[in-house]
Write a protein that binds this ligand. Structure first.
Ligand SMILES: [Zn+2]
Length: 271
């Protein structure tokens, strides 16, 4: 953890400080050694949030782009379940920065717990991921900066496809790749967005003309264009033309509504 409570205030770790875990109230101690980044740990080996992963420089760097009051925010479900989100933006989006491998069940659980969720995934953890991703990209632009990707060729894409939340891959470059929350068979769609744009969009006040929700809408509109367009320029195994337009925002809204009604937000719709 980056912050712990010291006399009721959120404080970063400093040598010899002790504090209290904001999640479970258990005593914490500041760890300021050479090997890892400065952080707080529970006294003893307590794990109070099983979703929490050990932070890396990569996590810290990302969190640092958001106001302190948006970092490490406890989120509650109606049944009292609570988890600490890496970032909750001023617009109410939870951003999870994921470095380590996540079991499918846990990914599913987190997608259900945080309804307005955005993933940022470290694409440099495994050496093969970046190369596989580049090789799976079809470099023909099919709408501004949207491209098709062949999911079967890339382990990272296979792991993260088919979920409702937008996923941004960080391969250590200025441009992030957003995997759109839909795919057809072995094909998915990715959109390039700069790191700067991603951060700025999230840090704008909710009532500003440009914000993350509007960005998603724009992306969705682009995606609508893609789905209507005949993909004749594709070579080799051409991806199929998408029959059904899926609106990620609409999916989030309907998930929120269904959760309100006490229905599992991600169970398939019955018609
Ligand atoms: Zn704790």
């Amino acid at each position: 953890m980056k912050f712990s409570l010291v006399n009721g205030e959120r404080i970063e770790a400093k040598p010899e400080l002790s504090g209290q875990c904001p999640v479970c109230n258990y005593p914490t101690i500041a760890k300021c050694g050479e090997q890892r980044i400065k952080h707080w740990a529970h006294k003893g080996k307590r794990i109070c949030d099983s979703w929490w992963e050990n932070e890396t420089e990569w996590h810290r760097e990302w969190k640092g782009h958001f106001p302190e009051e948006c970092q490490e925010i406890i989120q509650y479900a109606e049944d009292g379940e609570k988890h600490i989100a890496d970032v909750r933006t001023v617009q109410g989006w939870v951003i999870e920065f994921q470095h380590s491998f996540l079991k499918p069940e846990e990914r599913k659980a987190r997608n259900a717990f945080y309804v307005k969720l955005v993933w940022v995934v470290d694409g440099l953890r495994r050496t093969r991921d970046k190369t596989q991703f580049i090789n799976s990209l079809n470099h023909v632009n099919i709408g501004q900066n949207v491209k098709t990707v062949y999911l079967d060729d890339c382990a990272l894409l296979r792991e993260w496809s088919g979920i409702h939340a937008p996923v941004f891959f960080d391969f250590g470059e200025q441009q992030l790749w957003c995997l759109l929350p839909t795919h057809q068979d072995a094909w998915g769609y990715v959109a390039g967005v700069t790191r700067q744009e991603f951060i700025e969009l999230h840090n704008k006040a909710p009532d500003e003309t440009e914000n993350f929700e509007k960005f998603l809408t724009k992306l969705n509109n682009l995606f609508g264009l893609v789905s209507q367009r005949s993909l004749v320029h594709q070579t080799k195994q051409s991806p199929p033309i998408i029959q059904q337009k899926l609106d990620p925002l609409e999916m989030i809204r309907s998930a929120m509504l269904r959760r309100k009604r006490g229905i599992n937000p991600y169970a398939p719709h019955r018609r």
